[in-house]
Design a protein around this ligand. Structure first.
Ligand SMILES: [Zn+2]
Ligand SMILES: [Zn+2]
Length: 90
């Protein structure tokens, strides 16, 4: 199953994303209600748990100037690794 086209989320994908969103931010460790950042649109298993600031913040966020990411010396794959580690070890 490697559909490249955007399709409706499966039940398993939805459950995975809900688990991701229950984790603290993978970059700054804040909070318990994170957002799921999909590294590749429609590929839900590439989702990292990010707080709203590290996700969409204009200064700190991945979709902004990425300042927090620079401070923490992290990129998307580092955040994904933290998310997966917490999912599988949590
Ligand atoms: Zn954060
Ligand atoms: Zn995002």
């Amino acid at each position: 199953m490697h559909s490249k086209n955007k399709k409706a989320m499966t039940a398993a994908e939805r459950a995975h994303v809900e688990r991701v969103k229950s984790l603290p931010c993978s970059v700054c460790d804040q909070g318990h209600e994170s957002e799921a950042h999909e590294m590749k649109q429609g590929q839900w298993y590439t989702s990292a748990a990010l707080c709203s600031d590290c996700h969409r913040g204009p200064i700190n966020g991945w979709h902004g100037q990425k300042r927090m990411w620079a401070v923490m010396k992290m990129d998307e794959l580092d955040a994904l690794a933290v998310t997966l580690e917490r999912l599988f070890e949590g």
